[in-house]
Design a protein around this ligand. Structure first.
Ligand SMILES: C[S@@+](CC[C@H](N)C(=O)[O-])C[C@H]1O[C@@H](n2cnc3c(N)ncnc32)[C@H](O)[C@@H]1O
Length: 216
């Protein structure tokens, strides 16, 4: 509750109600008014504490980053760090990823990062899997043409499912690595940043996978 209340005072946190998003989200197509510049926008879905959002923002001050998660108490950490460290190219949006195409307009997003999503292994949970065709369709609607997507996960199931789906649907797989810390070649940001959940999986000695792709 304390974090929830504090989030409401943070200038880098946006917490629309579901109804507000459904009725017409105020920043859709107008994120430049939030950031007060026309720099490209990169979105991290299911950002948790926002490790990637922050690390990327620090490295690329001329790009804006939006961490999206339904749990405000998690991204409170990232939002507070961004404010303390005066990282101004960062925002956190509390909403359901299912509504992402109501939060950004077409061509408003340059890249999407998906970091350690729940793989939703059971067949009945397929509709909640964040790389299923329905979600990919929403991502395509907000991405610029040729926009990159990144999937970093401990789940070999999620990695394989996504690879198979992308191949079957004729999308472009730019780069795939099924064990980034043991097989050379992953981008440095993939090797150098570990998220909260990733650390748990690394302690369990699970291989970490990474996919970079484009939707056609
Ligand atoms: C396994 S955690 C990973 C968090 C973070 N990326 C990390 O690696 O530490 C998955 C995150 O996705 C968020 N999430 C899951 N389903 C979501 C949805 N439909 N809409 C918004 N956030 C969602 C959860 O709240 C959680 O913070």
């Amino acid at each position: 509750m304390k974090r929830f209340r504090e989030n409401e005072t943070f200038q880098n946190v946006i917490q629309p109600t579901r109804q507000e998003v459904l009725d017409g989200f105020s920043f859709k197509g107008k994120w430049h008014t939030f950031f007060k510049n026309n720099n490209p926008i990169i979105v991290e879905l299911g950002c948790g504490k926002g490790e990637y959002t922050l690390a990327l923002a620090k490295r690329n001050p001329s790009i804006n980053y939006v961490g999206v998660d339904i749990k405000g108490a998690r991204f409170w950490r990232g939002a507070k760090t961004a404010l303390n460290d005066e990282i101004s190219n960062v925002a956190f949006l509390r909403t359901q990823i299912e509504l992402i195409d109501l939060c950004f307009s077409s061509n408003e997003v340059s890249e999407i990062w998906i970091t350690f999503p729940d793989p939703q292994i059971k067949y009945k949970r397929t509709k909640h899997r964040m790389t299923n065709p329905e979600f990919l369709d929403k991502y395509k609607r907000i991405l610029v043409e040729d926009g990159l997507l990144h999937l970093k996960t401990d789940s070999e199931f999620m990695h394989g499912y996504t690879l198979g789906l992308l191949q079957g649907m004729g999308h472009e797989i730019v780069y795939a690595n099924h064990d980034v810390y043991h097989n050379e070649g992953a981008p440095s940001i993939v090797i150098e940043v570990q998220t909260f959940y990733e650390q748990i999986f690394l302690d369990e000695e699970k291989p970490i996978t990474y996919l970079q792709f484009k939707l056609r």
